[in-house]
Design a protein around this ligand. Sequence first.
Ligand SMILES: Cc1cc2nc3c(=O)[nH]c(=O)nc-3n(C[C@H](O)[C@H](O)[C@H](O)COP(=O)(O)O)c2cc1C
Length: 327
Amino acid sequence: MNNFWQKLNKPILTTTPMAGITDSAWRQICKSWGADIVHTEFVSVDALYHGSTKTLQMLEYKASEQPVVVQIFGKNAELYPKAAKIVAKTGVAGIDINFGCPAKKVAGHGGGICLLRDMDTVYNIVSATMNSVDLPVSVKTRINLNKITGAPNKGQITIFDFLEKLKDLPIAALILHGRSYEVPFTGPVDLDMLKSAGEKFKEYFPNSPYIINGSFQTIESVVDDLKYTEADGIALSRALYGRPWIFQQIKDYLATGKYEEITWTDTKDTIIKHAHLLYESKGESGFREMRKHLLFYVKGRPDASTLRKQLVSVDNPQDVEKIFSKI
Ligand SMILES: Cc1cc2nc3c(=O)[nH]c(=O)nc-3n(C[C@H](O)[C@H](O)[C@H](O)COP(=O)(O)O)c2cc1C
């Protein structure tokens, strides 16, 4: 097996999987700014199993994106081998399994993070996936959740229970989001928990990278969190919105203790390149998705509110070029 995770220089910088964000165009942009790995949006094993055309399109990628990791999710262990084989046929570098999604339509039916309430199924999902393909299989989860929804007095299931259950399987890497199911996206991450989970992960999986995730805002805070937790890498998510160049800035800061602010010319080049890549991969109908990225890109500019009015109606890369050629 080509386990690319073990060949990367540390610290490893990656995107997390993000539904509605980490499509091929965004991954190419992140890669061009120094991401070591990119993740796809999460892909349903049920949809892969049933051959959904839309879902199969989510597996498309460009060679320049490699190493690409496809994240799969679902709560039925039997569907994973067929889904994993479909993923493996595309030639991607790895598979990640989602054990962290808190969204109602996933966790509300016992999937995502709520799978941790049934550790035998967690084990079966991971082992069935590993046994079906010759690809490194990583996992992504959160630090804890209540045993019963809405009942904190009944106790918690933690990352330590998860690691204990999986410790005899060859987990290729762990991405750990330092928040719980109950407070899924707001507030700071629990750095102490991320640190001690990393120690346990290293004890059980000494050769596999441990990647932290969540709440990273500035270049300096990313590097501080990395040092404090002694993680092997960082997975970036919302911190990348409108500033994919932070991969490069983090690398510069780690190497030299300083980094340069991005110029407006480089920003514009990135925006226009992003627009073209998105149009190439999704055509006119998918291009509307560019609008949210454009709003992220101009956030904080003094003329942002004027720009926003124009950006929410762009239909193609030429519209984008026209707006940005004037500023
Ligand atoms: C819009 C959106 C989509 C997401 N989609 C996924 C997903 O498909 N798979 C996954 O594991 N996590 C997903 N997440 C969670 C992120 O990967 C990440 O764990 C979370 O945002 C915490 O990191 P942050 O605080 O740095 O944003 C998503 C988050 C957001 C905001």
